[in-house]
Design a protein around this ligand. Structure first.
Ligand code: GAF
Length: 386
């Protein structure tokens, strides 16, 4: 059963009526361009065939009555009083935060609803389950209230909810791809101008995701530290964001920055070179050159491991195995925020079994952890179903 069918069914069971509005928003995997989004740079993710569904119907009051089916938990709040966070119930922040910031755009939005939420994005795996929830809830509200909001605005509201309500200082990539993804395509996003370029996934090429099932507690703290280091580097170069520093400009002053703060110099080197790798990857894909894409993914991983320092031994090992299995026909790298989560591998479909097998034979033996392996489809962004 799809998440939407499930949400529909659960809605009927829970509220004894038929849902009037059904929305689905996907998670994402990032092919290349990591931690570049909050540096106003470039990313190239795709939406995946795992996502979050919201089914609901209007109430005749101003209450949002929410059932999170997967957590078997509920939340109620009024749209006519100030919306505030609930302690120790993190998931409610994604819903409440989105509704709160929608009201900042559309102050007349006070329509109550009963809602059921369910999804199949693996949680805490770095595949953007929270962004897909934010975008699904945002789209639900837009449809419910017939609000003049574009999908891009909904994505940015989701990011704002995460930054200012949930308290995670993320960039805009995850929400944008969940809102704007295109079936069969990767989306190159300029995270400053928000311009997008859809790049077709070449025929016969598979996008594989391997969940390491490693998650470190320090994710939020380390993520914020990386952001601060990037901001410090931008200040050093006298620019708004590291997006504005070319590789040549970086090299000219690299030694000077290293002498002041070596870590900051390394973080900047990752961002400056990663932005270029995204642009090169677009070009390679447009020429159907998967070998070059694979090389760029490998360089991106090395840069995340050595310069940005956001990988773990388990993730490095998974990447190594995937790289051995795909050889020079494709590539592999860590994907997402880091400190665990998933790797992504791209290669001709006939390589899928070899990648799956090599990892199945070795990863658990080496780490004691069993991985999950997915072949995913580049999918459409947020959608409304009658
Ligand atoms: C997380 C964040 F939410 C994104 O904004 C992005 O920075 C990503 O890590 C790293 O590329 O998913």
């Amino acid at each position: 059963m799809t998440p939407l069918q499930q949400a529909n069914q659960l809605f009927e069971q829970k509220f004894h009526r038929t849902s009037e509005l059904n929305v689905y928003a996907p998670g994402r995997v990032n092919i290349i361009g990591e931690h570049t989004d909050y540096n106003d740079g470039f990313v190239m993710p795709c939406a995946i065939n795992y996502g979050t569904a919201v089914s609901g119907a209007k109430r005749d009051d101003h209450i949002f009555n929410v059932y999170a089916a997967d957590l078997e938990d509920t939340d109620q709040f009024s749209l006519t009083t100030e919306i505030t966070p609930v302690a120790n119930k993190k998931w409610t922040g994604y819903v409440r935060g989105v509704v709160k910031f929608i009201q900042q755009h559309c102050p007349d939005f006070k329509q109550g609803a009963d809602l059921v939420i369910t999804g199949n994005v693996p949680l805490s795996a770095g595949l953007s389950s929270s962004a897909s929830l934010e975008v699904a809830v945002g789209k639900f509200c837009q449809q419910l209230g017939n609000l003049a909001l574009t999908d891009t605005q909904i994505a940015l509201i989701g990011q704002m909810a995460e930054n200012k309500f949930v308290g995670a200082n993320c960039g805009n990539m995850d929400q944008l791809i969940s809102a704007l993804g295109e079936q069969g395509h990767l989306l190159m996003i300029d995270c400053r101008s928000l311009a997008t370029v859809a790049v077709p996934v070449p025929e016969n090429i598979a996008v594989m995701i391997v969940n390491s099932h490693v998650k470190h507690d320090l994710v939020t703290g380390e993520y914020n530290t990386r952001r601060q280091q990037c901001e410090r580097a931008a200040e050093f170069f006298g620019v708004k964001a590291l997006r504005d520093v070319s590789i040549e400009q970086f090299k000219q002053r690299e030694a000077e920055l290293t002498a002041i703060d070596e870590d900051t110099a390394k973080r900047a080197r990752h961002i400056v070179t990663e932005n270029q790798r995204v642009l090169d990857a677009v070009q390679a894909l447009n020429q159907g050159d998967i070998q070059t894409l694979g090389k760029l993914m490998g360089q991106s991983h090395d840069s995340m491991r050595d310069d940005f320092e956001i990988t773990t031994p388990e993730i490095d090992y998974l990447v190594e195995l995937a790289q051995v299995a795909v050889g020079n026909t494709g590539g592999a790298r860590m994907t997402g925020g880091g400190f665990g989560g998933c790797i992504v591998a791209v290669a001709p479909v006939e390589k899928v079994d070899a990648v799956r097998q090599l990892i199945a034979d070795n990863y658990q033996k080496q780490t004691g952890i069993k991985e999950d392996f997915y072949v995913c489809t580049a999918s459409q962004g947020v959608q409304v179903w009658a």
